[in-house]
Write a protein that binds this ligand. Structure first.
Ligand SMILES: [Mg+2]
Length: 303
């Protein structure tokens, strides 16, 4: 077991998992075995964790977060912008969280906290997207349109992305946009309904069935959805175990690289790890091994 002298556990009041105070009490039991001085910090509003981390008043040996995608996004941006090159632990906050799957963590935060006791530190890439950092993805087009139409309550109840992608499944007339993309030194031009730039294997709670996708290989992956790519994509990330990769590859262009620049004819919104606050043009660069995150041993019980 890795042990730490000082640690801080952030959580948000509206983490969406019932009585968050009770859960905090439960998760601190296993955590106190590995962290001698554990500070518990309740964030009352969005931006508070980022502010605290970038003020750099206190230093800790490990930074933990209990929360969904939004709070994790805030933590990693605060860690990087605040220059904290320290271990991170992410506990799933009831609302949907893509990255905890990559970390092999149980969706129950108390079980996940127990898993941390024999977890190991691994380094992960991040995506620098304009002025922000993302762990999971940046995307534009259909996913953003759908997300804006769904209220926050519904999203947190069902899991933002599961809901999103089930909504995408029902779209019959997607809007298209003209794009110019440069991946490393190659240029691509066309019309698309959705572009996703992914760091690892999971987008929207679903595993992209490409074995070479990895969040620690120093490579990002661009998926450009063509005309009829949506149905095949939702099949691909849906429950079907048989995936017709030929059909998918005809409708979804997949390009790997280290840097991407996306320009669209009209300015459109960009979703970064579930937060829609950027616009095109978008520049994304993979920063290899930027974060150290506690990763559970692969357990056959929860897979
Ligand atoms: Mg990668």
């Amino acid at each position: 077991m890795e042990t730490y002298n000082n640690g801080i556990l952030f959580y948000h009041d509206k983490a969406g998992q019932g009585d968050v105070h009770e859960i905090i009490g439960e998760v601190t039991k296993p955590l106190s075995k590995m962290i001698h001085h554990l500070t518990v910090y309740r964030s009352l509003e969005q931006g508070e964790i980022y502010q605290l981390l970038t003020e750099k008043k206190h230093q800790y040996d490990i930074y933990l977060i209990l929360g969904g995608d939004g709070t994790v996004h805030e933590l990693i941006n605060g860690m990087i912008d605040g220059g904290h090159d320290k271990p991170i632990a992410i506990l799933p906050g009831g609302t949907f969280n893509d990255f905890t799957k990559t970390l092999h963590l149980n969706p129950n935060p108390v079980r996940a906290a127990e898993q941390l006791l024999d977890a190991e530190l691994r380094t992960y890439d991040v995506l620098r997207t304009n002025e922000r950092y993302a762990l999971n993805f940046a995307g534009m087009g259909l996913m953003v349109e759908n997300s804006l139409g769904v209220n926050r309550e519904v999203k947190s109840k069902f899991g933002k992305f599961s809901y999103l992608f089930s909504a995408i499944k029902n779209v019959t007339n997607p809007k298209f946009f003209d794009y110019e993309i440069q991946v490393d030194d190659k240029q691509y031009v066309g019309t698309s309904s959705m572009i996703v730039i992914a760091n690892g294997q999971f987008v929207g709670g679903n595993r992209i069935p490409l074995s070479e996708l990895s969040p620690n290989d120093g490579v990002l992956n661009v998926f450009i959805f063509k005309d009829s790519g949506l149905k095949t994509f939702t099949d691909m990330i849906g429950e079907k175990s048989e995936v017709n990769w030929n059909e998918i590859s005809q409708n979804i262009e997949h390009i790997s690289g280290k840097q991407v620049r996306v320009e669209t004819k009209d300015t459109i919104d960009v979703d970064v790890d579930g937060e829609i606050d950027l616009k095109t043009p978008l520049h994304v660069q993979v920063i290899p091994g930027k974060l150290k995150i506690l990763t559970a041993q692969v357990s056959t019980l929860f897979s």
